[in-house]
Each structure stands twice: as C-alpha cells, then as structure tokens.
Design a protein around this ligand. Structure first.
Ligand SMILES: Cc1cc2nc3c(=O)[nH]c(=O)nc-3n(C[C@H](O)[C@H](O)[C@H](O)COP(=O)(O)OP(=O)(O)OC[C@H]3O[C@@H](n4cnc5c(N)ncnc54)[C@H](O)[C@@H]3O)c2cc1C
Length: 401
C-alpha cells in the first residue's frame, strides 16, 4: 500500500533526522523588536486598515526579512528553520507578520530559477530592504484554487510581453516595488498538460502604476492590505521573464513548500499567544468564588489546544528539517500548515471562550487575533486542498479535480 511504504520511509527518516536548531539568539532579537510594537499599535493599524510601516522597517533593518537570501547576494544565508523561528516569535508576541512575510519567501522563485544577471540585479536590494518584493499575483476571481485555468495572458511582442487580465487578493501590492506575476503565455487549448504554458514574470509595480497597472484595495475582516490588480496592455520587458517561458507553474510549486512551512510557523506563534493569554486569565478571573480555570469546561479546551500546538510544532519542524536538507517535504509542509492552522484556531476559540464577554472588547486584542488567525485555514492554501493533497498524493486516493 502507498501509505505503508510511506510510513516505513518516514520511520527510517525519523531515526536519523534531527529536528533543526532553535536559534535562541534570533528568538531573543525578534522579541526585543516586537516589544516596541504592543497591542495599541496593532489596534490602531487595524482600525485604520493602515500598513505597519514602522514595524516592517524595524524587521528589515535588523536583517530578519533577508534571512533566507544567500550571503553572496547580501542576505544572512540562514535555513528556512530560522525563518520559522522569526515568524513564530512575531506572532507569539501578538504582532502580525502578514504585512511583510512574503519578502522572506517570494524571492525563492527568483533565487532558484532566475538568471545570474537577474539575481545580481534584484537580490541585494531585496536583502537590504531597498527593494520590496512582497506581492504575489496568482489568484484570479474566476478561477479560484484551480490555478492552471488562470486567465491573465502575457503575449510576446518583440522585446516585451504585453499583459492583460486581473488578479485578486494580491496582498501588499500597494506596498511592494515588485510583483511576482503568474500569467499564461500559451493558451490552455494549445498545451498538452494544463500546467504547461504558464510563465512567471517580475513586474516593476512602482513604474507600472497608471501605465497598464491599476491597484484597488479590498476591504477585508483582517488588516492584510490586500488588493485587486488590473492589467491593461501592460508592457513587461522580456528580460523580466524568470526561467523558461511556459514552465512557470512548476517554478511556483517549488516555492510553495517554503511558503507553507513559514506561514505554519505564524499559526504556531498565534497558538502560543492565545494559550498564554487564556491560561493567565483563567487563573485570575474569579466567578462563583473560584478561578474559572478550575472548571474543566474552561481548562480542558486550553489543554487540548496546547497538545495540538505541540503536535503541529513537531510536524512544522520536521517539514523545515527536510526542506533544509534538500529532501522532498511536500506532505510534511502541507500537513504542518494544516495542523498549525487548526491548532491556532483551536487556541483562538479556547481563548475567546475563556475571556467570555471581554473577548469582544477590542482592548484585549483577542478578537483581532481571532480574526487574523482564521485566515490561516483559508490562505495561502485552504484546509480542504491540503486534505485533497494528502488523500491523493500520500494515500493514493482518486483526484477530485
Ligand atoms: C486575506 C487574503 C490574502 C490573500 N493573499 C493572496 C496573495 O497575496 N496572492 C494570491 O495569489 N492569493 C492570495 N489569496 C488568495 C487565497 O490563496 C485564496 O483565497 C485561496 O487559495 C482560495 O481560493 P478562492 O478564495 O478562490 O476559493 P475557491 O477556489 O473558490 O474555493 C472555495 C472553497 O471551495 C473549496 N474547494 C474548491 N475546490 C475543492 C476541491 N476540489 N475539494 C475540496 N474543496 C474544494 C476550497 O477549499 C474553499 O473552501 C489571499 C486570500 C485572502 C483571503
């Protein structure tokens, strides 16, 4: 059976695979920065749907957003495990990395598939923060999760590609110099495999606004600075194509594992934040003459969320260890992302329940974090699609799409 073979392979792997370093110095450094950005800061940004520019600047200046870029291109050359530690600590401190986490990983496509000239041109600027590459144009309104059906077209005309179409949910597009864009270069009817004929481009958003690019913010339940992006005869220089024309879908998939592992670590951090808050309040709040934490109806959901957090953390560490060792980690990255999103949601619900009515008062930050962590079950990939991946690719069951 496929599953048996996989379980045997996993057991073998576990006997030799260390779960990665914990980077205590990085944890300490990130905590120090986060302490400067308490709940009031995030509440104000949330109320105004404003970009946390000061927080992003502080992380950039400390070098955390360039952590995964090799030293030869000006970054810190750290493994993805270090990235997970950074994002986990940000979220465990009650902050939110959603405004900038993509600066850490979108560059992966450029790093793995870009030409040496492209890497030299862009990576040092991305590492220093002088250039922001944190807009990722994949999702489209009419195709949703079925990415290979995307409609945005890029047609080669001499030394340019001319792009027409629309993206949706392109987060941070208003705060990014560059965008990694996925567009179809060969019509779907003319390719053998639906994953063929899609290409990846680097688009200079700053230069292109008003010149073929229009960006419109979307109001959402979380402050994620997300937008719709419209392309109307946008001219993209042919030199901005990454890798080979038509192979872009594969390049993007390559980067998904890192994205999943990193985003999962935000869920781990959120779960830690909720559990810490809930435990403290459960011990302090006295109703019916005793702390509410004495009631199993309050205590057990928190304890269960803690167990889920620990289990998710192990899976995310395993995924990161495999990734950093250059091994296949598709199943672990997906499962880690799903388990972390579930654990953070369980912890969020337990915390809401523990705080009773006070959970709804904005000043406690619980309702804000509760809204924010809910996103992890939907984006960047939904729990359903992860289950479909595990069902089909790990367990060998039939495809639903
Ligand atoms: C705040 C926010 C920020 C985002 N940022 C970005 C970004 O920066 N860049 C970007 O490209 N995208 C971004 N996204 C998009 C996000 O990745 C998608 O919303 C997500 O992948 C789901 O796509 P959809 O919303 O079109 O849902 P649909 O594809 O319409 O799916 C709707 C529901 O049906 C389920 N479903 C669909 N097919 C199946 C199936 N075969 N089996 C079981 N269930 C199925 C899905 O799981 C989902 O629950 C963002 C989304 C949000 C909300």
């Amino acid at each position: 059976m496929v599953a048996d073979a996989r379980i045997d392979a996993e057991r073998e792997q576990m006997t030799v695979m260390p779960l990665g370093e914990d980077f205590p110095d990085i944890r300490q450094g990130v905590r120090k920065i986060c302490a400067e950005y308490p709940g009031e800061y995030w509440r104000e940004k949330d109320e105004k749907s404003a970009y946390p520019a000061e927080f992003v600047r502080a992380l950039t200046q400390a070098g955390y957003l360039g952590a995964l870029i090799p030293e030869s291109y000006g970054g810190a050359g750290l493994p993805v495990r270090a990235g997970t530690v950074i994002l986990e600590e940000i979220h465990a401190a009650g902050c939110n990395a959603g405004a900038c986490h993509a600066q850490m990983y979108i560059m992966g496509t450029l790093l793995r598939h870009g030409s040496e000239a492209q890497k030299r041109k862009y990576l040092p600027g991305i590492a220093s923060g002088e250039l922001t590459l944190q807009a990722f144009g994949v999702s489209e309104p009419t195709t949703g999760t079925d990415t290979t059906q995307l409609k945005t077209r890029a047609v080669r005309q001499g030394e340019h590609y001319v792009v027409n179409g629309q993206k949706i949910w392109t987060s941070r597009a208003l705060y990014s110099d560059l965008m990694l864009l996925l567009a179809r270069t060969t019509p779907a009817e003319q390719v053998k495999k639906r994953t063929d004929g899609i290409s990846v481009f680097l688009v200079d958003l700053k230069k292109s606004r008003g010149q073929g690019v229009e960006i419109r913010p979307i109001k959402t339940m979380v402050n994620h600075n997300t937008t719709q992006v419209f392309f109307d005869d946008l001219k993209v220089p042919a030199e901005n194509l990454i890798g080979e024309e038509g192979k872009g879908f594969r390049y993007i998939l390559d980067g998904m594992n890192a994205e999943r592992i990193l985003v999962a670590s935000e869920g781990i951090g959120d779960a830690r934040w909720f559990i810490e808050k809930a435990v403290k309040y459960a011990g302090e709040r006295v109703v019916f003459g005793h702390p509410i934490g004495k009631n199993q109806g309050i205590q057990f959901p928190i304890a269960k969320a803690y167990a889920s957090l620990q289990a998710a953390d192990l899976m995310v560490r395993k995924a990161a260890a495999l990734f950093d060792d250059g091994k296949d980690c598709g199943a672990e990255a997906n499962m880690g992302k799903m388990l972390a999103a579930e654990a953070s949601w369980e912890a969020a619900e337990a915390c809401m329940n523990t705080y009773g009515g006070f959970a709804f008062a904005r000043e406690y930050d619980i309702e804000r974090k509760w809204r924010e962590t809910r996103l992890l079950r939907t984006a960047p990939i939904s729990t359903n699609l992860i289950l479909a991946y595990v069902g089909q690719h790990v367990l060998g069951m039939p495809r639903s799409y």
